[in-house]
Design a protein around this ligand. Sequence first.
Ligand SMILES: O=P(O)(O)OP(=O)(O)OP(=O)(O)OC[C@H]1O[C@@H](n2cnc3c(O)ncnc32)[C@H](O)[C@@H]1O
Ligand SMILES: [Mg+2]
Length: 201
Amino acid sequence: MDIMLATGNKGKVRELQEMLIPVKNLGRIFFIGDFPDYPEVEETGSTFRENALLKAREAAARTGLISLADDSGLEVDALGGEPGVRSARFAGEPKDDDRNIDRLLNLLEGIGTERRGARFKCCLAIVTPDGGEYVTEGVCEGRILSERMGSGGFGYDPVFYLEKYKKTMAELSFEEKNRISHRAGAFTKAVSVLDHLAKQS
Ligand SMILES: O=P(O)(O)OP(=O)(O)OP(=O)(O)OC[C@H]1O[C@@H](n2cnc3c(O)ncnc32)[C@H](O)[C@@H]1O
Ligand SMILES: [Mg+2]
C-alpha cells in the first residue's frame, strides 16, 4: 500500500516517516515535493480535526493515493487555549517558529509556573481516494517555560516542558519524542486503520 504524506512541515515529515516504518505492507511513501505545484491548503477549519481532514481530502483528490495529514498545535491555559489552530501563524505571516515562540513568551511574561499549563494536540486524518475518512487524536500535557531549552524537534518544542522527564520536548532524543508526543499518541491509534487499509489494497 502506497501512502501520501500530506504535510509541508519538515519536522512532521521526519517524525511521521519514522513512525510509519513498522507498519506492515507499506509500499512507497509520497511527499508533497513529489507533486509539482502542490497547493498550500487553506486551513479554514475551526478545529484540528476539520483542518486535518481538509488537508487529507485535498491530497487524496489530487494524488489518488491514501493520504495522511496532520493538524496540530499548542493550547495554553493562561491564554484561554490559544494559539490552538492558529499555532503555525501565531506571530503572523509568513509562519515562523522562532517568532511564534517570542510572541508566546512575551504574552506569558510575569505569569507564574502554576498558570503556565499547556498541551500539544495532534489530529491525524487518513482519507482514501474512494472517500473513506478516519481521524485519530493525541494529546501531550506540559507547561511553557520562560526561556528556550534544547535544540531538537521543531516549532514550540524548546519551551514545552514535560514534568515527567524534567526536559523540554526539544531536549528529548528524536526516539523519545517519537514515543511520547501528541503525534505518537495519534499515530498509535491510526495503526489499526493503516493495517486495515493495507489488507484491502
Ligand atoms: O499544515 P502542514 O503542512 O502540515 O504544516 P504546518 O507547520 O502548517 O502545521 P499545522 O498547520 O498543523 O500547524 C501546527 C503548528 O503547531 C506547532 N506544532 C505542531 N506539532 C508540534 C510539535 O511536535 N512540536 C512543536 N510544535 C508543534 C508548530 O508550530 C506547527 O507549525
Ligand atoms: Mg498548516
